[in-house]
Design a protein around this ligand. Sequence first.
Ligand SMILES: C[S@@+](CC[C@H](N)C(=O)[O-])C[C@H]1O[C@@H](n2cnc3c(N)ncnc32)[C@H](O)[C@@H]1O
Length: 164
Amino acid sequence: MSRLDSAIRRLQAQKLSLEWAVSAIGDRSGNAIELGLGNGRTFDHLRSLMPDRPFYVFDRQVAAHPDCIPAKDRIFLGDFRETLVQARDQLGPTVLLAHLDIGTGEKQTSIALAAEIAPLVDALLADGAVVVSDQPVELPRWKDAPLPDGISPGRIHLYRIAAT
Ligand SMILES: C[S@@+](CC[C@H](N)C(=O)[O-])C[C@H]1O[C@@H](n2cnc3c(N)ncnc32)[C@H](O)[C@@H]1O
């Protein structure tokens, strides 16, 4: 597969997965979060799908397209390891949808980062929440959810959060 084909499939998997996640939480009330604002591409898509849901983003910097910059009070700016702790104090376990898009391109580093921050994300998740993650995560209450048709295993990871 060419790198172009691979990039297209990755973006298609991301789009289908985010759409699955929004549909899975339906109209339950709760917050959404995204780790990794980047250039704001997935933030922009998610906010178009759930315009009325409070949606917080995390990144160490704001470098998004000018049209895709969240309101100041919806940005946790800094290292995930610190801002997720702040978010726990501010939001509590109110998050119904979490998108982890944290990859740096260095696979082992990204997997290690996901393993380190996943318990901090977990502390924010309400029972029945859904997680879309670019990295695999193993935590007791994160249960694998089936991938939407057309996505190859391993390309993206979907979880439902079991009740405690
Ligand atoms: C793959 S990009 C996100 C792409 C974005 N979702 C989009 O669609 O444009 C990953 C982002 O994670 C951020 N990031 C990586 N490690 C981080 C850390 N430890 N703390 C805070 N931000 C981090 C990077 O700054 C980068 O913007």
